[in-house]
Design a protein around this ligand. Structure first.
Ligand code: AHG
Ligand code: MN
Ligand code: MN
Length: 283
């Protein structure tokens, strides 16, 4: 395969099928749908099956890893690319009809950030949108009149206006609270839906700001998964001219990954806000 075109096409087909499932299917999956503990939604599983089926048709894909499965799965041993994906991020927001999304990281070889070739996310909101980071450019597509139509290339400004602070505030470390309070004191506005895809999409489309999900007393390594959520968005943000670091000031894309479900504290934003993070964390 000379280009990633067949992979992008499979992602587009999956986007349509997932949107149809969101519109038409039940949310609950048998007994596992209840108010406590982890809720596995039928839609999470169904979205995962759709993507696995579309990718299995492409012989250049060697292996896939999904947030919904414990282990990676080999598709075509002779293939070259490996793809990690979160089939339906923010799925707990579907019952309140907020935006959700799908996140993909495409690797040339093993699942290590340094091998990432492209990242893609799809937003299921009032409109169907897609953003790709590939070959140095972040491209925005809106589905209109039967096809994804390319819009302007996306760039983050040096400094933005939005603040998306994740995690339970009760468990934030004091220096993190100081950082977030400091940004609000500078005039930043709160934009946090609880869906990583629309929250990061909003900051990117509006030109800048900070999205953070820190290590907390209850979750010292944060909540968001490196492979399925953090690395792809770090790739998008860096390609758009922003920065993406952990709580020790390291580039997220320099971090290793030993287990597909490993998490990390993460900070993604424009350069000004990331400098503020470094200052607050003393890194
Ligand atoms: P998922 O639905 O795939 O499990 O992930 C949800 C994630 C992410 O979308 C969001 O940023 C984060 O969970 C929200 O967590 P909090 O509710 O703890 O802020
Ligand atoms: Mn997720
Ligand atoms: Mn998910």
């Amino acid at each position: 395969m000379k280009t990633l075109a067949p992979i992008f096409e499979a992602i587009e087909r999956s986007a349509h099928r997932i949107r149809e499932a969101i519109t038409n299917e039940d949310l609950c999956y048998g007994e596992s749908c209840n108010a406590t503990g982890d809720m596995q939604l039928k839609l999470d599983i169904q979205s995962d099956l759709i993507i696995a089926e579309e990718f299995s048709k492409i012989t250049a894909i060697k292996a896939i890893a999904s947030e919904e499965k414990k282990e990676a799965e080999t598709l075509h041993p002779e293939g070259r690319y490996m793809i990690a994906y979160d089939p339906l991020d923010g799925s707990s927001l579907i019952d309140v009809d907020l935006s959700v999304g799908t996140i993909y990281g495409i690797y040339d070889g093993e699942f290590q950030a340094k091998n990432m070739l492209a990242a893609v996310y799809v937003v299921h909101g009032p409109r169907l949108e897609m953003v790709t980071a590939y070959k140095g450019g972040v491209r925005h597509y809106i589905f209109r009149h039967g096809r994804f139509q390319e819009q302007e290339t996306l760039h983050l400004k040096e400094k933005g206006k939005l603040n998306g602070p994740g995690g339970t505030q009760q468990y934030w470390p004091p220096h993190h609270k100081k950082l977030i309070d400091g940004l609000f004191a500078e005039g930043y506005r709160l934009r946090y839906s609880g869906g990583m895809v629309p929250d990061l999409h909003q900051i990117l489309i509006k030109g800048g700001g900070l999205f953070s999900y820190p290590g907390t007393a209850d979750k010292p390594e944060g909540k968001l998964r490196k492979l399925f959520e953090v690395f792809p968005f770090a790739f998008v943000y860096e390609t758009a001219g922003g920065e993406a670091i952990d709580d020790k000031g390291r580039r997220l894309l320099d971090l290793g990954c030993d287990d597909p479900h490993e998490t990390t504290p993460c900070f993604l934003g424009s350069k000004y806000e990331i400098a503020k993070v470094k200052e607050a964390y003393g890194v």
